[in-house]
Design a protein around this ligand. Sequence first.
Ligand SMILES: Cc1ncc(COP(=O)(O)O)c(C=O)c1O
Length: 404
Amino acid sequence: MTSLTLPLEAMPTGAAPIQSDLLGVYKRAPMKLVRGEGVELIDETGKRYLDFVSGIGVNALGYGDPGLERAITEALSSGLIHSSNLYRTDPGEELAKELTRLSFASKVFFCNSGAEANEGAFKFARKWAKSTGNSAKTEIVALRGGFHGRLFASLAATDRPSYRAPFRPLAGGISICERDLTELSAALDAETVAAVIVEPVQGEGGVRVLDASFLASLRELTRKKNIALIFDEIQCGLGRTGHLFAYERIGVVPDMVTLAKPLAGGLPMGAVLMTEAIGAEMNAGEHGTTFGGGPLVASVARYVLSRIADPSFLATVKENGAWLREKLGTLAEKSNRIRAVRGVGMMWGIDVVEPAAEVVRRAWANELLTLTAGDHTVRLLPPLVMGRADLECGVDRLMSAIEG
Ligand SMILES: Cc1ncc(COP(=O)(O)O)c(C=O)c1O
């Protein structure tokens, strides 16, 4: 996505133009990665980069985690990489059981990416809303600053003009509302709205931690109007906030949660967690996916979930998050090149005075990978396993990049 960017034009002068047959929808950094070790990525010249990106929130366990590698090898040894959702297999059923045990949900749908998870959730919400007997109850409302993916419905829910404009007309029945309770009260018509989708911590939109009281009021409003509340936890879920699910941190329970990024340790996997009432409305043939929840990815996800759901793992993320809050806050106070710091756990945004891409480029030159979240926000998404010494080293490199 654009915000991954180490924009090509921001790379050191003299960098050779990139020749590739890949569709040019990414401005890729010029170095070629060949290995990952712990919390570092290594390029073909042997240069090591400390990773504050983790594949945009995917590589929660870093690189070369022995348990993850074992889980993949063991899953492969069954010979069953894929079998189709026409047949039962243990890994997917066990993973769904574990996700429901650990959450509010009663049913789980597996897919292959975040955008697919959100598109599924929109369909499930519509089916459930129509079951009230009102066939007009179909609209999906998203929030200002939200990012939900780049397929047609998820793009219509994504508030980024540059992503949307080239593809109009976008999918209908999806609108974007301000993050404001008065505006939401007016927009959430009980007769026409099926669901609201919200990232509890907006990632792409600048790392904005939505207020717990705002989300609690939104929960109240949606409950009163019989509107499904979907939390998109694709970036902020699965341990990133120091809680297994971001909704646990704020104590607001939604009707659906969408997950993806770290779920299967870097293998593609998404999931929609839903209440019994929503799940009960979906019948055979009404949704599907060839690959979703196959035995290999589900086996690996069981391992990832067992690691992330471990209370001591989450406690360490919380402690490191508290340390980052303190450290980045103190540095921001001293620097006239930082306007604001926002975040929680291992998800931080730093508003800088100059274009964020410039800071990302200088950090890259300092062997630190970071990304942007909008024009003036540098975003940090380190692997959840990153220890204090590496965090400290990364923050030092980042500060020298910010100070120029
Ligand atoms: C909050 C959120 N939702 C949805 C998506 C889309 O996920 P994917 O790229 O796997 O389709 C992303 C990806 O960055 C995301 O951060």
